[in-house]
Design a protein around this ligand. Sequence first.
Ligand code: T3D
Length: 265
Amino acid sequence: MGGELMGGEVILVEQREGWHRLVLNRPAKLNALTTQMIVELLAAIDAAEADAGCRAVVLTGEGRGFCAGQEVGTEFMAGPNGPPDLQALADRYHHEVVRRIRESRLPFVCAVNGVAAGAGASFALAADIVLAGRSAVFVQAFIRIGLVPDSGATFFLPRLVGDARARALAMLGDAIDADTAERWGMIWKAVDDEALASEAEALALRLAQSPAGALAGIKQLFEAAAGSLRTQLDLEARLQGEAGRSADFAEGVRAFQDKRPPRYS
Ligand code: T3D
């Protein structure tokens, strides 16, 4: 049962009765994030927020990936004017998505339908309730290309899985499957792939029929209890800016594009 289809080119928006479904839509690239995608995603979040009839949001991805993080390509390469400004990229785009999800009045359900890597994993963990299909994996991919975790990863992960596991995930960049993510408390539930969309829809409907003011209050209370996400995002952005100027990052990007293991100095 579909709703009204809206959105842009790379973010699809379905307006259902009482909730919106936002779909990352660059399946050939596992929904890797471009600036256009972030701009459209921010607009879709704003539209949900502004729609008085909207009581919940589901975020998911098209195809076999949820989101492979920032596009490692032209937007993310050293250009003619030197290395990219990753601090600005994080501040203006990725971190804005995270801030709006966490500060929204609306409950966000993330339906992780496949790999969630880098900022993609952070976007998933920013949601209030995270479901994942059993074939999904979570990867702190940042280290693989010489970056630090951002988009709130260093805020969410230690709170969800504890410091020991969070540090190892961030430093090793190993993939964690959905069942392990559930066992570790990183997500709410792992479900069979075929059941993911219907389970997410059932949750959204339930939330849409719950007391909206109380849900908004719960979000606000958990944000206050967790401490300052904004401060941590600022620090992540600053350190990402430094990482973006490193030779290791340049090598990480080249190696990814050449489809070979990186050789870090
Ligand atoms: O300032 C800031 O905020 C900086 C922001 C940083 C945030 C970040 O997200 S940094 C991390 C960026 N992401 C990555 O480094 C992940 C790169 N991708 C991968 O490591 C792997 O693709 C996956 C582990 C996610 C999945 O592997 P696999 O084997 O299932 O798929 P694949 O074959 O590698 O990918 C399929 C296609 O998607 C492939 O394209 P092709 O060869 O078929 O044309 C691949 O190149 C493309 N793709 C996957 N991820 C990205 C991507 N293209 C561009 N950027 C990507 N991130």
